[in-house]
Design a protein around this ligand. Structure first.
Ligand code: NDP
Length: 479
């Protein structure tokens, strides 16, 4: 696969003429190349986006909606092809990409394409003296930078609201998982998206991502990725007074009370721990279990998780595919070693899995459960972002709340209980942007999405994203 940049409506090679290899994590083999772009390509993309802005921002909402719905339909029509590409890039099971990633990318476009048809803005009456009305206007060129774990899902989660609200876009997918963004650029051409409205520049974060953050003609940056990278971008963008939306890391608690619906909790906890090889920012990696059911939970959880099939992403029976890259696999395994040094006991998994045949060099890790660690050790405080969870007993609500809130992150929490009052009391006191009660990853695209503390700044989702990508202007009229 030879991936190209999408600049000013055309698929083009980078200015450097150089390319980088992309690796299929399921086989460990190179399967294609991406442009090794740099600031020159970002400058061309920004120029094109700037030139396209006046017309796109004045295009009626109905027309923008029509083009975006066409893109959404085309993603749906190409579901199988996109799912295979996502899996080849990322290592996730094909069935997962087919049921979650690609449908969600399709829905992101449809959601924002239709949301703009129902928008209204506020007025503030001053009685007989006068009134104010608020205009929400697109800003210009939006910079969108996304990570590798849910490649097209998170990429479209940014560019769809940016485009729908009348901005033009310069976007960079992760260099590790560029394939579906490239396929999307082909669909945008087919859907008749005007040249320069969406531009996609492939390449390294330090070159392309940094050039987007620094470009003076890109006044807003929407970023999803690691907390360190978010801090680097903020250091550059803040003194330039750019608008910033940062969706960053997490170390999410999954709190299980003894009065929960045990079967539902167990089934969902297997998923919330290991879906996408644990590489979802919302996965619950710190599992706290009320002491009366700790042993019962531990035995049942270990039994279920030990039975999960680690295998080739193309195999429908595979529950755990490959992690995204060799360095990432090494990072995750180093945390298992750290957990042992910190006194933890590995109850299952914790090792690289070597498959047969063409998959023998792939990056597979068996799903791992660790117990016996202090809540404040490094394993329980730092983001691992892989198929590794810890389990810890607790005795009181106060104790588990303290442990749950103890990390520098505050993205999402899951809680299992049938006590209504306790559920709402806990939800009120958890220092997180998202709380799930008796469920996990039940998503309504209208709701605010994001975290507190070092998990991020700002919110995506629903009108939060449309507000981010527009500037409110108050117009005051004296009667
Ligand atoms: P990174 O921060 O490494 O990368 C994210 C994106 O930023 C990539 O496109 C990357 O490019 C780019 N980038 C890297 N360096 C720079 C730079 N100096 N300036 C601008 N852009 C740069 O994150 P990962 O891709 O490793 O993703 C995993 C992280 O994402 C985890 O911490 C996870 O928690 C977080 N995440 C958060 C979510 C949320 O909603 N809060 C959702 C999903 C993930 P390249 O790939 O080329 O390095």
């Amino acid at each position: 696969m030879k991936i190209k940049n999408y600049i000013n409506g055309k698929l083009v090679d980078p200015q450097s003429g150089k390319h980088l290899d992309i690796i299929n994590p399921a086989t460990g083999k190179v399967y294609g190349t991406i442009p090794d772009s740099d600031a020159r390509d970002v400058a061309l993309a920004t120029e094109a986006a700037k030139a396209a802005f006046p017309e796109w921002s004045k295009t009626s909402a109905a027309e923008r909606s029509r083009i975006m719905l066409k893109v959404s339909d085309l993603i749906g029509e190409n579901l199988d092809r996109f799912a295979l590409a996502e899996s080849t890039d990322n290592g996730k099971p094909v069935w997962l990409a087919k049921s979650v990633d690609i449908p969600r990318a399709r829905d992101n476009f449809a959601f924002y394409a239709t949301a703009i048809l129902h928008e209204s803005s506020e007025t503030h009456s001053m009685g007989e003296v006068g009134f104010n009305y608020t205009l929400r206007q697109p800003i210009g060129v939006a910079g969108c930078i996304s990570p590798w774990n849910l490649p097209l899902y998170l990429f479209t989660w940014k560019i769809a609201p940016a485009l729908a609200s009348g901005n033009t876009v310069v976007a960079k997918p992760s260099e590790i998982t560029p394939a579906t963004a490239f396929l999307l650029s082909e669909l945008c051409i087919e859907a008749g998206m005007p040249a320069g409205v969406l531009n996609i520049v492939h390449g390294l974060g330090q070159k392309v991502g940094a050039a987007i953050s620094e470009h003076p003609d890109i006044p807003m940056i929407s970023f999803t990725g690691g907390t360190q990278t978010g801090a680097t971008i903020a250091r550059v963008a803040a003194p330039m007074f750019k608008k910033l939306s940062l969706e960053l890391g997490g170390k999410n608690p999954n709190i299980i009370f003894a009065d929960c619906d045990f079967d539902d909790m167990l089934k969902t906890t297997v998923r919330s721990s290991f879906a996408n090889q644990g590489q979802i920012c919302l996965c619950g990696s710190r599992i706290f279990v009320e002491r009366p059911i700790y042993e019962k939970f531990k035995n049942a959880f270990v039994e279920r998780v030990s039975a999960m099939k680690v295998g080739a992403p193309t195999d429908e029976k595979t529950k755990v595919g490959a992690v995204v890259s060799e360095p990432h696999m090494e990072k995750v395994l180093s945390y298992v070693r750290l957990a042992k040094e910190e006194g933890g006991t590995v109850l299952c998994g914790g090792e690289r899995v070597i498959l047969d045949g063409e998959f023998k060099d792939g990056f597979y890790i068996s799903p791992t459960i660790i117990e016996g660690l202090d809540y404040n050790c490094r394993t329980n405080q730092e983001e691992i972002f892989g198929p590794v969870v810890t389990i810890t007993p607790f005795d009181t609500e106060e104790e588990v709340l303290m442990m749950a809130n103890s990390t520098k992150y505050g993205l999402a929490a899951t809680m299992w209980t049938s006590n209504l009052k306790r559920a709402h009391r806990m939800a009120n006191n958890l220092h997180m942007g998202i709380v799930w009660i008796n469920c996990w990853l039940l998503r309504d695209l209208r709701t605010p999405f994001g975290g507190v503390k070092e998990s991020g700044v700002g919110r995506e989702g629903g009108f939060e994203a449309l507000n981010f990508f527009t500037e409110p202007k108050n117009v005051c009229v004296k009667l």
